[in-house]
Design a protein around this ligand. Structure first.
Ligand code: PLP
Length: 415
């Protein structure tokens, strides 16, 4: 009896393990060798494609042929290969890759709305996204309400009959607050709206589509590529959705045309295969620094430790094994002090005083004066952003204690 129970248990564990969603394994399962048995997908360096028969071209225009390509603003074999890997990572049916993260964001947003529609957006987003929603989209007659996404009642109250989109970052920039994707998804769907989630800070850690988002957006410039050698973006969703984005008559992606180049698609595809290792190490190093900041009394913000207001929520949504991410911030009180510390850190070799994130070297910037400078001062205050906030994108340093000592030295030198 005992043995049969043990066997049944083993079977159940095996099933649970088999069902576990693992973004990295999903990418690995795809066979991407090329037609010539090269181990990497071939770079298809063509803008246009030929057809043996005229009818085939007509059918391809109408999306009725498989294995045929028309024109690289629509699909290209190399961009398709990368898109399929991203879809596997996200658990979506499809994806489409863009020339920048902002291209992905603006295309995905514009695709959902027409004049007279309404968007509810998180108040805390990347500055460029905020500027697009606050300053730019108005000229198309689209209204936007900014809310604190942590306050689900405020989100519900902000919804109007013409609300088409709820927009948020999975991990908010720059305060590292976490969006409650399952609850936001319920609110959006109960009101006939779509939930669009920017997962740039937390690839593999969160799988927003599986948590209820309709569309997942990336700036691949950051962690996904991880090499800081290009800008790129991605939009992931259902096959029907991606088809509608690239519809030749009214697809926003097809008509605005911000497609990613095949050369870049190929280099990003290769880097995607180390993303899981990089995410683990970014998270490990950030966790190490957070613990050392805590021990030494440095005012820090990191969702991996229990004091963070969204630690539990983070834990409830995360995939196994990728940690709590590589973003961490410290509060140095004033912008002047933050500047002095950042200059000293650069001099000591902690990393670079530079915007962006997800690089193998540590990058740091004062959010209020850089990546969030498009956000007006009063809204920065309302968001809870201190002017002395230094945001770190923690790199892949082999010895995080050394990194910590250098940061400490920079802080002490500027007292
Ligand atoms: N989304 C987030 C969260 C970002 O931090 C950024 C850029 O910093 C973007 C989108 C925009 O991406 P890109 O610079 O690739 O256009």
């Amino acid at each position: 009896y005992f043995i049969s129970c043990k066997c049944a248990l083993k079977k159940i564990i095996k099933i649970i393990k088999m069902e576990k969603f693992d973004p990295a394994t999903n990418i690995e399962k795809l066979d991407k060798k090329d037609a010539y048995r090269g181990v990497n997908p071939i770079i298809c360096d063509s803008a246009t494609f030929m057809f043996e028969r005229a009818q085939l071209m007509t059918d391809t225009f109408h999306g009725e042929t498989e294995g045929y390509f028309l024109y690289s603003r629509h699909w290209n074999p190399t961009t398709l290969a990368l898109s399929q890997s991203l879809a596997a990572m996200e658990g979506t049916e499809a994806a489409w890759v863009t020339g920048s993260g902002m291209a992905a964001i603006t295309v995905a947003l514009l695709h959902e709305v027409k004049a007279g529609d309404h968007i509810v957006s998180s108040m805390t987003t990347y500055g460029g996204t905020f500027a697009f929603l606050n300053n730019y989209i108005k000229k198309f007659g689209v209204e936007v309400t900014f809310v604190n996404m942590q306050d689900l009642d405020a989100v519900k109250k902000a919804i109007k009959p013409n609300t088409k989109v709820l927009y948020t970052e999975a991990m908010n920039n720059p305060l590292l607050r976490i969006a409650n994707i399952p609850e936001l998804s319920k609110i959006a769907h109960a009101n006939g709206a779509k939930l669009l989630v920017d997962n740039t800070f937390t690839p593999m850690i969160f799988s927003p589509y599986r948590l209820g988002a309709d569309v997942v957006i990336y700036s691949m410039t950051k962690y996904v590529n991880g090499m800081n050698d290009c800008v790129a973006g991605a939009i992931c969703g259902t096959q029907d959705y991606v088809n509608s984005l690239i519809d030749v008559n009214d697809g926003t992606a097809m008509l605005l045309g911000p497609v990613l180049d095949p050369m870049r698609s190929s280099s990003i595809q290769k880097n995607l295969h180390t993303l899981h290792i990089r995410m683990k190490k970014h998270s490990e190093n950030a966790m190490y620094l957070a613990k050392r900041f805590k021990e030494t009394g440095i005012k820090y913000n990191y969702p991996g430790l229990e004091e963070h207001p969204d630690h539990e929520l983070f834990t409830s949504m995360m995939n196994d094994g990728y940690g709590y991410g590589g973003m961490i911030s410290i509060d140095m009180g004033t912008a002047e002090r933050a500047s002095a510390i950042m200059e000293k850190m650069q001099e000591l070799g902690v990393g670079y005083l530079a915007v962006s994130l997800g690089y193998f070297k540590t990058l740091f910037s004062n959010s209020g004066k850089s990546t969030s400078s498009e956000v007006p001062d009063d809204i920065q205050k309302e968001m809870g952003m201190s002017e002395g906030l230094i945001r770190f994108s923690v790199g892949l340093d082999n010895d995080p204690e050394r990194t910590f000592q250098l940061i400490k030295q920079a802080i002490e030198a500027t007292r």
